[in-house]
Design a binder for this molecule. Sequence first.
Ligand code: GTP
Ligand code: MG
Length: 218
Amino acid sequence: MLKSTKDKTIKKAPMATDKIWNNVEFKGSFTKLSQLPTDSLLEVSFIGRSNVGKSSLINALVGRKKLAKVSGTPGKTRTLNYYLVENAFYLVDLPGYGYAKVGKADRRAFQKMVYDYLFQRSNMICTFVLLDLRINPMDKDIEFINLLAEKQVPQFFIFTKADKLKASERITQYEKYEKALLKHWAELPPHFISSSKTGEGIEELVNFVSQMIEDIKE
Ligand code: GTP
Ligand code: MG
């Protein structure tokens, strides 16, 4: 986990598992909230611009290359996809926002579905907002994050595709995000740097989510 330069006390979650999740089952793809599982298990979701790497990250977290569908073409994920982990909680892969090539009506329908999910789903404990570390902060991302904050949706950030950057570039890019976000936030919530290619940040995320689930259950 990265430390913000302003906040020196971001707590690292205690090591709970030290590994990826092995016992994972695809539960289904849904297009309506009324279709979602009714078992009241806790849910952790992944959101971010199309192509940012949500589905790849879920695959990395569960150590399966092809469980969640990945594509070079943005807009691959068009449904709410549920993965049951250790028979205990769900990872939810959400459709990306900001994909220009789908028609306006389609885009509105996705957006409504995703917003309804994020704002109304009571057993969703948090969402991870994925941000592409290679790309400079975009208004669309900052606006989305601010909307989540306004609606009081608990959120954490994951900076993706770190493998594509040199060490010096990561720092510069991270600082740009920090600057953009700290215009709106007193301090950043916990945030991670990840690569689904090299596995960077994956164990840390698994531990963080596992600990969160344990803490809530207690
Ligand atoms: P949508 O479903 O369209 O919203 O996209 P998504 O956010 O699920 O992205 P996806 O996981 O499908 O990845 C998009 C592209 O980025 C694919 O070509 C991936 O191989 C690539 N990619 C994802 N994560 C990484 C990463 O950590 N490193 C590198 N180098 N490429 C990545
Ligand atoms: Mg996807």
